[in-house]
Design a protein around this ligand. Structure first.
Ligand SMILES: Cc1ncc(COP(=O)(O)O)c(C=O)c1O
Length: 504
């Protein structure tokens, strides 16, 4: 630590600390502008080997800090050492996985949240933190056209919270579904979960974390349904398995359909699934709809039909951090019966008891809506985004990406070296190289190896007509993407095709 700048300057609450903020903030802002401008020219996925960074770093932490006066040197060092070793998810030429969305208002909201650094575990520990989140959940329910039963302001029992990720949301659904069973007097060891071979791996993981499966292959109480030719759950198959399990003494407790599966964007038939589940009567299974990626599109009325049937489901999640201009992490999780969710995770040691929460105080305490007790003010970035762009702006953002994906889809259709694997879903186009799986895999490797754009490889699941076959995924969704980036994508795929088809 330098002599002039003592420990006090590290402490944001001290007068010295507050004054010194500008030293760092200016430097970070200047770097942020430089970084964001550089995205277009950077390799999206620079080549890397394990240890590339580790070998550059001291093995032990520094005994003496550089001091706040030298903070710029840390900004420079972070830029030099770390940034070239990242995959640039914010690049307009990032077409891999599903996007990680971002925007200036979201960054500013995150910064404000870091400055206040409150813990909203109880309403009373930061009232506006909770109330802002409650209102954002209702605003988003309205934006996505959700029914009143998921809302705080229009139902007795419904509502939602911000989870870190969709994986945390499905874990919450698993424990809530199990709690609903145990409250009915059902032995918890009989609780069984249903999903599909196209569902995200987080569903099976949640079952493992909740103790319903010993490992990822344990199928004693987790059913991974084979999907139909369109990679969707077949409700008749679901019904057959559920009845079979019931006859065997198990209890169908949770069904997890997906709107917009990770591999190909398939939409499970929620209405048909609800018909099956509801046919089991009042003791029916909990249905959690995973719309982590595709749900964001429902800000546009023309896409709201995707969620049709969710008005009969018990919970639903959508990730604004994937496609709604809100930086990671932000998953919206709604439930129709918040009491059973809270009951599934509620434990109240003396130090968490207060007057507002007890005796029917009528407040929302988010601490028992998820695993973590502490929670930061994540709703602030969402508020910034919605206030800044308005719902109309968010619609424009989604529609622009869907149009760009259509542009790419037209190219796939027009080039006889490649073919669509399935119908485009919103911003996701899946295709393959005509002539074999190895060529498709080779194409993805060749394209990513050049680093100008990044796409993803996936595999059609076991049980399908072309089981085990490689597919290439192009997901349009990074905020800055434009038509010219789609042109670069097509150009790069052309180069890759020349390479794999002609060995160039
Ligand atoms: C459909 C779907 N559900 C869940 C997830 C898991 O998301 P998270 O990283 O928020 O846990 C993903 C990730 O891509 C996904 O595509």
């Amino acid at each position: 630590m330098d002599d002039q700048m003592g420990m006090q300057q590290w402490i944001a609450q001290s007068e010295q600390g507050i004054e010194s903020l500008n030293l760092g903030v200016e430097g970070v802002l200047e770097w942020a502008q430089r970084y964001l401008r550089s995205l277009e020219d950077r390799s999206v996925c620079p080549p890397a080997v394990w240890g590339g960074l580790l070998n550059h770093m001291d093995a032990a932490p520094p005994e003496r800090g550089v001091g706040i006066g030298a903070i710029q040197s840390l900004i420079d060092e972070a830029d030099e050492e770390f940034m070239d070793r990242l995959v640039h998810w914010g690049s307009p030429r990032f077409f891999a996985y599903f996007p990680c969305s971002n925007s200036v208002p979201a960054i500013l909201g995150e910064l404000m949240s870091a400055v206040v650094n409150v813990n909203g575990m109880l309403w009373s520990t930061s009232p506006a933190c909770t109330e802002l989140e409650v209102r954002m959940m209702d605003w988003c329910a309205e934006m996505f056209g959700l029914d009143d039963g998921f809302r705080f302001d229009r139902s007795e029992k419904g509502g939602g919270c911000i989870q870190g990720t969709a994986s945390e949301a499905v874990l919450a659904a698993v424990v809530a579904a199990r709690r609903r069973c145990t409250r009915r007097g059902i032995d918890r060891s009989l609780v069984t979960v249903y999903t599909s071979d196209q569902a995200h791996s987080s569903v099976v993981k949640a079952a493992m974390v909740a103790g319903l499966a010993d490992d990822a292959e344990d199928r004693s109480r987790v059913r991974v349904l084979e999907t139909d030719a369109d990679l969707r759950i077949d409700p008749r198959n679901l019904e057959r398995l559920m009845r079979q399990d019931l006859d065997a003494g198990l209890v169908p407790a949770l069904v997890v359909p997906t709107i917009g599966t990770t591999s190909t964007g398939a939409r499970d038939p929620i209405e048909g699934i609800m018909d099956v589940v509801e046919s089991f009567g009042d003791d029916r299974a909990w249905v959690h709809v995973d719309a982590a990626w595709a749900g964001a599109a429902c800000v546009c009325p023309e896409f709201q039909g995707l969620l049709s049937g969710a008005e009969r489901a018990d919970s639903l999640c959508i990730n604004p951090h994937k496609w709604l201009l809100t930086n990671f992490d932000c998953d919206l999780f709604w439930v129709r019966d918040r009491e059973v969710l809270v009951d599934s995770m509620s434990i109240t040691p003396a130090y968490l008891r207060d007057k507002a929460s007890e005796n029917g105080g009528g407040v929302i305490d988010y601490r028992d809506w998820h695993v973590a007790l502490g929670r930061r003010m994540r709703a602030l970035k969402l508020w910034f985004v919605i206030r800044c762009f308005g719902v109309e702006g968010l619609r424009e953002h989604i529609r622009g990406h869907v149009e760009l994906a259509e542009r790419f889809e037209r190219w796939v259709d027009s080039d006889d070296r490649v073919e669509l694997v399935c119908e485009r879903m919103l911003g996701l186009v899946c295709f393959r190289v005509v002539g074999g799986s190895a060529l498709t895999k080779g194409l993805v490797d060749a394209v990513n190896g050049r680093g100008r754009v990044m796409i993803t490889h996936s595999v059609v699941p076991i049980g399908q007509e072309r089981a085990g076959e490689s597919i290439a995924r192009v997901s349009v969704g990074t905020p800055g993407v434009q038509e010219s980036d789609i042109e670069v994508l097509i150009e790069e795929i052309g180069v890759g095709l020349d390479r794999v088809l002609m060995g160039n």
